[in-house]
Design a protein around this ligand. Structure first.
Ligand SMILES: Cc1ncc(COP(=O)(O)O)c(C=O)c1O
Length: 461
């Protein structure tokens, strides 16, 4: 393109589709087909508007939408460029999923200056730099080793068991704990150990798509299990599941907290059918205004495997998580790891051990609990009782009529806010429509601004 548009752009003023949408579609097609290549610079919005004989707003709206979807990126002071797709194997829409939501794709990252309310990301900017450096210095004191322990470093297993007893009332000793690289990895180890081709693998619907992908990749037959505002519904579960993936502390993405009677019914179902319940305790360290509910694992360690992660409490790229189970099941999983040649990095385990041992992780958690509590309070204050699922974690849910979702997303993107929806969390047809508002990765000020935009749009302003 280099300063001039050599794409045949033609806008039809008579068409029922808004000009900005037409322009966005044509540019998107150009990028899809390769007519516009990664790294190419687009003309300025003013230049393109003049060329096409439309108002500048038409062009800026189209650009905003493409920014929101990740097709474009801005470089400070030097214009608008086609994003570098080589970093995203299947183009801006990740994991090869077809865009849903009437073609309004879910963005994978924010363009410059946009506030991104994506769920699943923690705040990684406020960490204790001195503690972090000390952990790595001390980890480096230990020489590299040729020993791979499939259970993880004994010291870290002990520290994690202690952490879990204190933070989540999990009745576990080091013999119950295996160190993993995170939840996705733990899911894969469970699937590789327990699933045979065609086995029923229950996953909450809507639910965490990594669980679906991992179970399916290991040959599981995915069985979507509907959830409501409280979480999974034991009465609906069929008898033919080998495993059931669930998030009882804070359902992902609707946010329910599984009440005790349902927990008991769920475990009765598992005992009766022989299914193994996989409890993803991903963000339970963060809880607001509600009495603590211990992890499900403690109610029946024979029928539950608990998965935890540092991805929310510290940072996803540390790559440390844990899997808690009976020693028998852990031994089976350890054999799987050996067969797969699988391991968790020793130096990383060392550094994390230091963070736990010295109380650095606890201090970080205390600070972050306060920070997230403030952000969550701001969301509830601005969006009020429209939001639900706000008792824990780093995201809330805002239910909307289906037809309101796509226009709201587009209008918010134009005003600089990237919203995310429940669309991609469904395996089957989308039934729970609405926004999943993450407050991990945007600052308190940005969250306030973004929620005011959402509130105004909801009120039709
Ligand atoms: C439901 C759920 N579980 C677990 C995780 C963390 O996974 P991992 O430990 O593999 O980073 C996430 C992260 O977004 C999540 O949304």
């Amino acid at each position: 393109m280099r300063g001039h548009v050599d794409l045949p752009l033609a806008l039809d003023r008579e068409a029922p589709v808004p000009l900005s949408v037409q322009l966005g579609n044509q540019l998107r097609d150009g990028m899809r087909t390769g007519a516009l290549r990664s790294g190419e610079r687009l003309p300025s919005s003013r230049g393109l508007a003049r060329l096409l004989g439309v108002s500048r707003t038409v062009v800026t709206e189209a650009f905003q939408q493409l920014y929101a979807e990740g097709w474009l990126e801005g470089r400070h002071g030097s214009g608008t460029y086609v994003a570098d797709f080589t970093r995203f194997p299947s183009g801006p829409e990740t994991a090869g999923e077809a865009p849903r939501n009437g073609g309004v794709t879910t963005p994978h990252r924010a363009g410059k200056g946009l506030i991104d309310l994506r769920p699943g990301r923690p705040w990684v900017r406020d960490y204790d730099d001195a503690a972090w450096r000390r952990a790595w210095r001390l980890a480096a004191d230990r020489p590299p080793s040729d020993v791979i322990d499939p259970y993880g470093h004994p010291r870290l297993r002990e520290l994690l068991a202690d952490h879990l007893r204190r933070a989540r009332a999990v009745p576990a000793g080091p013999e119950n704990v295996m160190v993993t690289r995170g939840t996705g990895h733990g899911l894969d180890l469970i699937a590789a150990t327990l699933l045979r081709p065609g086995d029923g693998a229950g996953v909450e619907e809507p639910g965490y798509r990594v669980a679906r992908y991992v179970f399916a990749a290991r040959g599981g037959r995915i069985v979507p299990c509907r959830v409501d505002e409280q979480g999974v519904r034991p009465a609906d579960l069929t008898d033919d599941l080998r495993v059931l993936y669930t998030t009882p502390a804070h359902q992902f993405p609707l946010g329910g907290r599984l009440p005790i009677p349902r927990r008991e019914r769920l475990l009765a179902w598992a005992r009766r059918t022989g299914a193994m319940v996989v409890e993803d305790d991903y963000d339970a360290e963060f809880r607001y205004d509600v009495a603590p509910l211990a992890a499900l694992y403690g109610l029946d360690p024979e029928r539950v495997v608990l998965l935890g992660t540092l991805s929310k409490s510290l940072a996803p790229d540390v790559g440390i998580g844990w899997l808690v189970a009976t020693p028998d099941l852990l031994a089976k999983i350890a054999r799987t790891r050996k067969m797969l040649g699988d391991r968790t990095s020793g130096p990383v385990q060392e550094a994390v051990s230091v963070l736990l041992e010295r109380g650095d992780l606890d201090r970080h958690l205390r600070r972050m609990r306060l920070e997230y509590a403030r952000r969550r309070a701001a969301i509830v204050e601005i969006l009020g009782s429209r939001v639900s699922g706000d008792s824990a974690g780093l995201h809330v849910f805002l239910r909307l009529p289906e037809e309101d979702v796509a226009p709201l997303l587009a209008a918010a993107a134009v005003r600089g806010v990237l919203l995310h929806t429940t669309e991609r969390h469904h395996h089957g047809p989308v039934r729970d429509h609405g926004l999943v508002i993450g407050y991990g990765s945007a600052s308190l000020g940005d969250i306030r601004k973004a929620c005011l935009v959402v509130a105004a749009l909801l009120e039709g302003r």
